[in-house]
Design a protein around this ligand. Structure first.
Ligand SMILES: *Cc1c(COP(=O)(O)O)cnc(C)c1O
Length: 433
């Protein structure tokens, strides 16, 4: 099992945040997203304190596309960190719980005019530009609204991070950002710096996701600070802000490195150390450092509970256990063969003796949650738990096949409460004409 304080084996039954999986399933039904609040709070605290201690001036912005609902914005706000958003909907959700807008970064490779207007009117801290026409459009919006908007530009430092290629974003052919190496980044910096209603404060990069190699982050810092120096020399411009994005790898399954909350600080330490060093060596102004971890704040905090249904034994080939969920609550295997750890939540003390593939209930052959999981003998009605589902599960859920999106339960100190209530069939019809 994942090593963490709040995920326990109590007499063979999984306990999350002090509440047994049996009780959660009985009270709220399955499929069920369960989020361990203490884990989320602890991660926010570790990141915030490490940044303050190891670097100084900066802000952790939780990348809320990993898991977005009103309650998570309340939790991260109480923990004193900011948020990174990628749509008007995420900004709207944050705003609905009075999230401090100045602590919000707004990203996206194709923000609409309506979204830009909404962001400026809401007073978001930074808008991260990713196109010339976007800079034009935003400048006009600001002029019309008589406001000056702080902006960053997304650049591509050309660092290849070792991770699955679908979630790699800083290669030269990425849809995100302007390449430093090709000179395109310098051109757009020139262009944006001349705009009068937007204030260029610095640059942003995000080299990918689920990255374990800290060398990748160190290399990205080196490239970004090298570029800050070029900009200083060639354009006489000095920036106040540097946003290094997120992407810190978490534990899903065997091949991943296991870390305690405290050990996640290492990612921040490496970036801080590398940046402090490069600032001196390259003679640039020490920037306000923004970091945007998403997955690592909420990923391991999440567990999805399912009830085992039909078991299909294709003799000497494969054994499937079908669950009451699937790609509508977790499309990550279907999207990019993401790996998960699956456990029999009430049989933790039984020996794993059989290999099962966990199949969803949707009408797609690719609707699989995990393949070849070693489990004790599974019967219909058994409770299964998929671990590390806190990031990019609920936020990627859908009503495919008109299945209902499961509710999200927040657990802490033995108490369980709704963060997101269950959908009903009526909800499915709400916008139907
Ligand atoms: C997705 C994303 C993040 C967060 O990535 P994680 O892997 O969840 O930490 C941060 N910044 C930007 C711009 C992103 O697109």
């Amino acid at each position: 099992m994942n090593q963490r304080e709040t995920l326990k084996n109590k007499n063979g039954v999984l306990e999350i945040g002090g509440v047994s999986a049996t009780k959660l399933a009985k009270e709220f039904g399955t499929p069920l997203y369960v989020m361990d609040q203490a884990y989320i709070e602890n991660m926010c605290k570790v990141y915030k304190e490490t940044l303050e201690k190891e670097y100084g001036d900066g802000l952790i912005c939780y990348a809320s596309k990993a898991f977005s609902c009103k309650e998570i914005y309340r939790i991260v706000n109480n923990a004193g960190i900011g948020a990174d958003t990628v749509s008007g909907g995420e900004i709207f959700t944050a705003k609905s719980v009075d999230f401090p807008m100045e602590k919000i970064c707004f990203h996206g490779n194709n923000k609409t005019k309506a979204e830009l207007e909404f962001a400026v009117n809401s007073g978001v801290g930074y808008i991260v530009l990713d196109a010339y026409s976007e800079a034009d459009e935003l400048d006009l919006i600001c002029k019309k609204l008589n406001k000056t908007q702080k902006v960053l530009i997304r650049v591509n430092p050309g660092v290849e991070a070792h991770t699955h290629h679908y979630i790699q974003t800083a290669k030269v052919d990425s849809k995100f950002g302007f390449s430093i190496d090709s000179g395109e980044a310098l051109e757009i910096v020139k262009f944006v710096s001349k705009k009068s209603n937007i204030e260029l404060c610095g640059l942003h990069c995000h080299i990918g996701s689920q990255i374990f190699e800290s060398k990748s982050f160190a290399l990205a810092v080196d490239k970004m600070t090298g570029f800050y120096k070029t900009i200083k020399t060639e354009l006489g411009l000095e920036f106040d802000v540097l946003n290094m994005g997120g992407g810190f790898g978490i534990y899903y399954a065997e091949d991943d490195a296991k870390k305690t909350c405290a050990e996640y600080a290492d990612y921040i330490k490496i970036i801080a150390k590398e940046l402090k060093y490069n600032v001196i060596v390259k003679g640039i102004k020490k920037p306000f450092l923004i970091l945007e971890p998403g997955r690592s704040i909420v990923g391991e905090a999440g567990v999805t509970l399912y009830t085992a249904g039909r078991i299909k034994d294709i003799k000497s080939i494969k054994k499937y256990v079908a669950i009451d969920g699937g790609m509508f609550d977790n499309p990550r295997f279907a999207l990019y063969q993401a790996k998960y750890t699956v456990i029999a939540a009430e049989k933790l003390n039984e020996q794993p003796i059989e290999k099962y593939s966990i199949a969803g209930k949707c009408c797609e052959s690719g609707d699989i949650i995990a393949e070849d999981c070693m489990l004790p003998k599974i019967n219909e009605g058994d409770l299964l738990a998929v671990l590390s589902t806190g990031a990019y599960n609920y936020s990627m859920s859908s009503n495919y096949n008109r299945n209902l999106i499961p509710p999200v339960i927040m657990v802490k100190d033995g108490e369980a409460r709704y963060a997101v209530k269950p959908q009903t069939y009526e909800d499915l019809l709400r916008n139907d004409v």
